[in-house]
Ligand binder design. Structure first.
Ligand code: HEM
Length: 413
């Protein structure tokens, strides 16, 4: 394929699937692709190849040293280098140590204990949404539902006070934006603000631990406990990994259901198992993380079928594409929750939460949020209708996260 891939392109962001399908159809489920910034990268779009790469320690998560004219300088470089030293950017023993320390906050018992709290937060978000919808106007299910809820939950885990939550959203959004999408200075300012903010938060947690899970990490008595830099990076990772992904899961599920009243009806009729199937199928069909973080081949790696990734190559596993691999999922572009329903076709597990040593630590929490929030949304507002043509909704640009940026709805008159 000779086309240069521009991740910032709006049409690609709205619907990247034909591009990925074309790669696969050309027999290139793992292949080098030219990117618009002048570099090239290996894109892995096949399910089998994606699992192989994610489980293979020869693909390293440690970021390549940043050199050359694009190297960040000064305060921003300092902030970035601290915040980016989180477990997702480490390999081997170092990764296992950081992951083990963080795991105490994500045991099934601790996560499940958040159920009531998440239900309470959902109801407060829905109370505002319903009041607005009742005043007759259009409400935005991204800004007024899918965004605030995960931010409230992650803020709850980190123990972030309410008045700071909007700032966190802005900074996180900016550090995740592709180069060129922001005004000059915005990106630097966001990195520095996040760094400053978390440094203060950690000092506060060390002094006065609260009931939040983050205080638990800050106060670990273990000898190998996290130092300040590691805690900063952990806070950043939890925010970054935990909020926009979950926001996209909620927004994409709502969008899919609004366009499919039969599926919505079935989910409401079937209760828990119906919603669980909708959530799994949304994760597959509209994978909130379009791609994993970048890997680098530490040596030549043969992925079979003539695909040999050369040492040093940058590799992006495109989960969204692997989750629509026709060799694994029948009718892959169709949204069919019945695949994951009891007695369904027993589809292979999707890869939306990744695979291998870095598989998502927050998967149980993300599923719980969706299981609590989606039924409550459609109980509170069963008569919602999309107030825009779904084909025109703007999508977040880039290869990392994927979801509609706005979702205007109104109640049926
Ligand atoms: C890692 C997806 C929600 C915490 C990952 C990875 C994926 C993923 C694909 C692996 C990335 C890679 O291999 O490069 C998702 C999706 C979510 C979600 C789709 C929501 C629908 C959350 C939440 C949290 C969380 C709510 C925590 C609050 C993490 C952490 C890692 C991770 C800490 C790094 C694990 C490691 O490096 O060992 N997530 N995630 N995620 N996720 Fe999630």
């Amino acid at each position: 394929m000779t086309t240069v891939l521009d991740p910032a392109d709006a049409a690609f962001a709205r619907d990247p699937y034909p591009y990925y399908a074309a790669l696969r159809e050309q027999g290139r489920p793992a292949a080098p692709v030219a990117l618009s910034n002048g570099t090239s990268a290996w894109l892995v779009t096949g399910y089998r190849q994606a699992r192989a790469v994610l489980a293979d320690p020869r693909f390293s998560n440690a970021p390549a040293p940043k050199t050359g004219p694009r190297k960040a300088e000064g305060a921003t470089a300092g902030a970035r280098s601290v915040l980016e030293q989180h477990m997702l950017n480490t390999d081997g023993a170092e990764h296992r140590r950081l992951r083990r320390l963080a795991s105490v906050a994500f045991t099934p018992r601790r996560v499940d204990a958040l159920t009531e709290r998440i239900a309470g937060l959902t109801d407060s978000v829905l109370a505002e949404l319903t009041a607005r919808a009742e005043r007759g106007g259009v409400v935005d299910l991204v800004d007024d539902f899918a965004f605030p809820l995960p931010v409230l939950v992650i803020s709850e885990i980190l123990g972030v006070p309410e008045q700071d939550r909007l700032d966190l959203r802005t900074w996180t959004y900016r550090v995740g934006s592709p180069a060129g999408a922001l005004a000059p200075g915005e990106l630097d300012q966001a990195w520095q603000s996040l760094h400053r903010y978390f440094a203060q938060l950690i000092a506060e947690k060390r002094r006065r631990p609260g009931g939040d899970l983050f205080s638990l990490l800050a106060h670990d008595e273990d000898e190998a406990a996290l130092d300040d830099g590691e805690l900063l990076a952990m806070a950043f990772l939890l925010l970054f990994a935990g909020y926009e992904t979950t926001m996209n899961l909620l927004a994409s599920a709502a969008l899919l259901l609004l366009g499919r009243p039969d599926e919505l009806h079935a989910a409401r009729r079937d209760g828990g198992s119906g919603w669980a199937a909708v959530i799994e199928e949304t994760l597959r069909h509209a994978s909130p993380l379009e791609g994993t973080t970048w890997r680098r081949a530490s040596e030549d790696v043969d992925l079979g079928d003539g695909a040999v990734v050369p040492e040093g190559a940058s590799v992006l596993v495109v989960l969204a594409a692997a989750n629509r691999d026709p060799d694994v999922f029948t009718d892959p572009d169709a949204f069919r929750p019945d695949r994951y329903a009891p007695g369904g076709e027993r589809a292979l597990p999707h890869l939306a939460f990744g695979h291998g040593p870095h598989v998502c630590l927050g998967a149980r929490l993300a599923r719980l949020e969706a299981m609590v929030a989606l039924p409550r949304l459609f109980e509170a507002l069963p008569d919602l209708r999309l107030a825009a043509d779904p084909g025109t909704l703007p999508y977040r640009p880039g290869l990392l996260v994927r979801g509609p940026r706005t979702l205007p709805v109104r109640r049926m008159p």
